[in-house]
Each structure stands twice: as structure tokens, then as C-alpha cells.
Design a protein around this ligand. Structure first.
Ligand code: SF4
Length: 571
């Protein structure tokens, strides 16, 4: 029997995410290709974090005929529940596995390993001795060819890509079952879903730093294919989905994509897609989107208004449309062929605010824009930082809402125009970048957070993920979830509702809601408004309380007591 191991070292590309809690299409399609070739093949799926925590899993890998590694971060990200594999780890884990054939797929195989923002990708040479084959094309297509050719590498083109989206139809369905081996399955796993790939702007070269134009002209998956894949994943138990694997969800099935840089959106196709998903996966818990091109929204406001309404009708709240703004400096926009001017981005932000700012059932606004800025681009000067800051300040002053502001330094990727320039400007403007980041954090992000989530807002279905000292870090599932610190050491991997109490720059502190004062820990009681150590001791000694009156009687100051009543209950 054919034994294959898929080691998921995670990918993070401009248009696709596969770092937990996300599972990207890469391992699913590759598993589908293997099961299409041999339906009895035994596939062992493992993540790099599972290996980091338990080296004995390497024994299973070493007994495989084939080890497929998926890796590559080509945009800098911050992660909580996993971190992409490094070249050194691959060398240390796989070098001694001489019996298995080892192949590398994903962005790392195409562009090298992204290490951090502001630094060029590390060449593939670092790991080339470890692997028998480096796949520069599509993993699922090349793996299928390798199997058909009995691993005769000379007969297989490592750069082969799919001819069109229909080629992956069966792979996507047959590989869906691999999700059941993911450590976050079923409750905390989000399936990243591809709707199309290739950017419409590739006909004009695309943005100077982006690898997406290298994937060619837009190639749309049909509504039926996407809905069927989601249905299959849903049947296996996945409840969280993100339509995240495309450059702009508003451009799905757009008219004249491939002929026009800014093709005309197709609201009917989006309506069919979202409606189809919710019919086939009626009890899904998360349906979110990711990238949206503000240049499209600004050019076609009526059609995009319809699309935004469709999204809000069928999705789950707390959704984010990530706008790739990159810079509002006209010189930087021109030199890097960016997609939208400051005015266009502003009008797209306003449009989404009109439709998506209402608070939804999970406590978050329905659909808000998130802004991505990239630094280190050609033409960047001190003035660029001033203009970007003024732009953000204006959004705040106009009373608009933003879910997030992401400030990144470029990773120069081979094949893009920025590769030649490298990180020259990142180094030159480092000081400006640090000052800008601090200013944005203090003057824009925190006030914005207070506006998006006023104190006392109840946020539902927050998942406890990690400890940081005596705080439990938690997040909702979905696109760019807000980091929530809950005082105390709570059991991990549970869902709970919380009530927002205080603010960091990019995170909030919140208390479990409803908070049973008779069971709450000392740590939690101490942070209740006006309590502190002394009153917490008094409460702990006097509890249990049957009702409000008993509770108020135990406190020395009735004003403190009545404020606390907003936060607690008596069970
Ligand atoms: S619009 Fe620019 S950043 Fe977005 S996918 Fe296309 S080339 Fe990349």
C-alpha cells in the first residue's frame, strides 16, 4: 500500500493563508491528487507544530514512501496558534530520512523562505539537499504526475501548473477528508477556500511587490465547484469557512477579467455563491471573506454595494474585507503600480461602513474594512509616512470604523519588481517606520478599537487559545479576529462569551460573561471595576452570595457595588 505523509509547514501568501487555525487548500488538493491516483493510499497528515511538540511523529514520516512538505511565507504575518516551518527545522527533521522520497511544495519552493518583513526570502539552497524534488508549479498537479510516472523524476515537469480551475474539481472533493487529521479539527479549524486565482491587474504588471500576477490571468472556479467543496468539508465536520483564497472577492466572476485591469463586478454570481454555500452548509458557524480591491469598489460603487449587502445577508458577523492600500503617497502609488488612490480607498471605506458597520449577533460589527500598508516600496520618503498618517487620522476624524490597520515591511520576492530593489528602503527608512507605527498605535488604533467595541460590549464565542502569564489569550474564529485577554488562567480550547472592559493598542481585556461571582477566580475579581486586592479578599471570604443585596452588603462602598453589578451574576 502506498504510504504518504503530508507535513504542513504552513503557508502565508498575499492571497492564501494556511497557518492554524486555518488549513489552506494546498494539503487538501494534494491529498485529493494522491487519492485520485490510488484511493487506498494511506495518507498521514501532520503539522509542523505537532512535530515540534512530539518528535516521535518523525518515526511515522520515516516509514512513508513519500513525504510531501508544504511550506512558505511570502507575506510577513503575526501568529498565535502556529508558526511557519523554518529551513533549519526541515534540515534537522528530514535529513536522516533516507528511505522516503521527499518533495517540497508551496511558496517556499517557488520563491524561497520568507523569514520576516523587511528581509529578502532565503534561497531554497538551504534545503535543496534535503529534498529529492522541488515543485515550482502546482503541488497537486506535479504530485499526481510523479505518482503516475512511478517517481521517475526525469519524466515529470516540476513547474507544471493546472490548465484551468476545473482540473482541481475532483482533487478538492477527494482531499477534503484530510481535514479530520488536523489537530484543530473540528471545532477550531477554518477551511480557507479558493474562489479563483490570478489577479486581473496582471495585465498591467500588478503591484510591484506582489507574487499573485505570476499566477497569470484570473481563472475562476465555478459556483458549483466551490459550493460542492464546502458541502463536502461540511459533511466531514468543518463549520468554519473563509472565502480567502483570491485577490478580491468583489471581482469574483467579474466581466472582462483578463481584459480589463478593473473588471466590472458580477453581483449575481456572488449572490449565487453565498446563497449556495448557506443552503449546502446551513449550520455553518463562520463564513468570512478576506481580500477586496478598493479600486474596484470605488469604480463600481452600485454593483459593489449590492455585493456587500449580499455578503452581509449570508455571512457571519465580525467579517473583514482586507484592503491592500499599501500607501497613499501618489509617488509611491505610481512607482509601484498600486491599485487605488487615497480618495478611492476612502470612498471604499465609506461604502463598507454604510453597509457593514451595524453590530452583528456575535458582538462584532457585521463587515468592516481592514487596511494593509506596506513599507519599503520604491519612492518611499519621510513624506510618505506623513501622508499615510494624515489619511488614517482623517478616517478617525470622520467617525468611520476600521477593524484593523496592518503595517508591514516588504518581503522582496523573486520574480517581482521589488526584488531588484530589495530591502534598501526598509533599512533607510527604518526610523520613520518605527515612529509611524508608534504614532498610529497610540493615536489611531486605540481610539478606533474603543469605537468598534465600546466598553461593556458582549463578544460571543471566543475561543481560549494560549496563556500569557496570568492572562488567557482568546479570539473569535474568522478573518482577522481581535485578540482578547481574559484575566486568569482559564481552561484552553473552550468557547466562552466575554464582556469588554479595557483596551490595549490592538487588543482588549474582557471578562467572562455572565460572570458568576460565586465561582470567579481571585484574579478576575481583582480586576472588576473598583475592586482591587483588599475588596477581592472581602468578596472571597463572604461568598457564596444568594442575591444582589447580600453582595452589596458585603462591600464597604455601595457605589463600587452597583458598578460591579453590571458585570456579575449570582448562580
Ligand atoms: S491588486 Fe496588487 S496586491 Fe492585489 S493581488 Fe493584484 S497585484 Fe497583488
Amino acid at each position: 500500500m502506498l504510504k504518504v505523509s503530508i507535513l504542513d509547514g504552513y503557508i502565508d501568501e498575499p492571497t492564501c493563508l494556511g497557518v492554524p487555525p486555518y488549513i489552506s487548500p494546498y494539503p487538501r488538493y494534494i491529498a485529493g491528487a494522491i487519492w485520485s491516483y490510488d484511493k487506498s493510499a494511506q495518507i498521514f497528515y501532520v503539522t509542523i507544530d505537532q512535530i515540534r511538540n512530539d518528535n516521535t511523529l518523525l518515526d511515522v514520516l520515516s516509514k512513508s514512501d513519500l513525504i510531501v512538505v508544504i511550506a512558505g511565507m511570502s507575506v510577513p504575518g503575526r501568529y498565535l496558534s502556529g508558526f511557519p516551518v523554518s529551513p533549519n527545522e526541515l534540515v534537522s527533521f528530514l535529513s536522516n530520512m533516507t528511505k522516503s522520497l521527499k518533495i517540497l511544495c508551496g511558496p517556499a519552493a517557488r520563491y524561497g523562505f520568507g523569514v520576516a518583513g523587511g528581509r529578502k526570502t532565503r534561497e531554497i539552497d538551504a534545503v535543496s539537499d534535503v529534498f529529492d524534488f522541488i515543485v515550482r508549479g502546482d503541488g497537486e498537479i506535479v504530485v499526481f504526475d510523479l505518482l503516475e510516472n512511478k517517481f521517475n523524476f526525469n519524466n515529470v515537469d516540476s513547474s507544471k501548473c493546472r490548465e484551468n480551475a476545473s482540473v482541481i474539481r475532483d482533487f478538492a472533493l477527494k482531499g477534503s477528508n484530510i481535514v479530520s487529521q488536523h489537530p484543530f479539527f473540528p471545532d477550531y479549524l477554518i477551511a480557507e477556500i479558493e474562489t479563483y486565482r490570478g489577479c486581473p491587474r496582471s495585465i498591467v504588471g500588478g503591484c510591484s511587490f506582489c507574487s499573485e500576477p505570476g499566477k497569470g490571468l484570473p481563472d475562476f472556479r465555478s459556483v458549483k465547484d466551490i459550493v460542492n467543496e464546502i458541502h463536502r468539508l461540511y459533511e466531514y465536520g468543518v463549520k468554519h469557512f473563509r472565502l480567502g483564497n483570491q485577490p478580491c472577492i468583489f471581482s469574483y466572476m467579474a466581466k472582462d477579467a483578463g481584459k480589463k485591469e478593473f473588471p466590472e463586478p458580477n453581483p449575481d454570481a456572488l449572490e449565487k455563491l453565498f446563497k449556495g454555500i448557506t443552503i449546502m452548509a446551513p449550520d455553518l458557524k463562520t463564513l468570512h471573506i478576506d481580500n477586496a480591491n478598493p479600486g474596484i469598489i470605488a469604480r463600481y460603487p452600485d454593483k459593489c454595494r449590492r455585493i456587500a449587502k449580499t455578503i452581509v445577508r449570508y455571512h457571519t458577523s465580525g467579517d473583514v474585507a482586507a484592503f491592500g492600500v499599501e500607501s497613499v503617497d501618489p509617488i509611491v502609488i505610481k512607482k509601484n503600480n498600486l491599485k487605488a488612490s487615497a480618495d478611492e480607498v476612502f470612498s471604499a471605506i465609506k461604502l463598507l461602513n454604510d453597509i457593514g458597520s451595524k453590530r452583528g449577533s456575535n458582538g462584532m460589527p457585521e463587515l468592516l474594512p481592514g487596511l494593509n500598508f506596506v513599507f519599503g516600496l520604491e519612492g518611499e520618503t519621510k513624506k510618505t509616512f506623513d501622508m499615510d498618517y494624515e489619511f488614517l487620522k482623517n478616517i478617525l476624524d470622520e467617525g468611520l470604523l476600521l477593524r484593523r490597520i496592518n503595517l508591514r515591511q516588504i518581503i522582496p520576492i523573486p520574480g517581482t519588481n521589488m526584488y531588484q530593489i530589495g530591502n534598501k528602503l526598509v533599512v533607510r527608512n527604518k526610523r520613520f517606520f518605527q515612529q509611524f507605527k508608534r504614532k498610529v498605535k497610540e493615536n489611531i488604533e486605540q481610539p478606533m478599537l474603543k469605537r468598534v467595541l465600546p466598553s461593556g460590549t458582549v463578544v460571543r464565542d471566543v475561543y481560549t487559545e494560549k496563556y500569557d502569564g496570568k492572562l488567557t489569550f482568546s479570539r473569535q474564529l474568522g478573518s482577522y479576529p481581535l485578540l482578547i485577554g481574559v484575566p486568569g488562567v482559564l481552561p484552553l480550547q473552550r468557547f466562552l462569551d466575554v464582556k469588554v472592559m479595557d483596551y490595549g493598542y490592538r487588543s482588549v481585556t474582557a471578562l467572562p460573561f455572565p460572570l458568576d461571582i460565586n465561582k470567579a477566580s481571585r484574579k478576575v475579581i481583582e480586576v472588576l471595576p473598583g475592586v482591587g486586592k483588599k475588596r477581592a479578599t472581602r468578596i472571597l471570604v463572604k461568598r457564596p452570595f444568594k442575591n444582589k443585596t447580600e453582595f452589596l452588603d458585603c462591600l464597604d462602598d455601595p457605589r463600587v457595588g452597583s458598578e460591579i453589578l453590571d458585570w456579575v451574576c449570582f448562580k
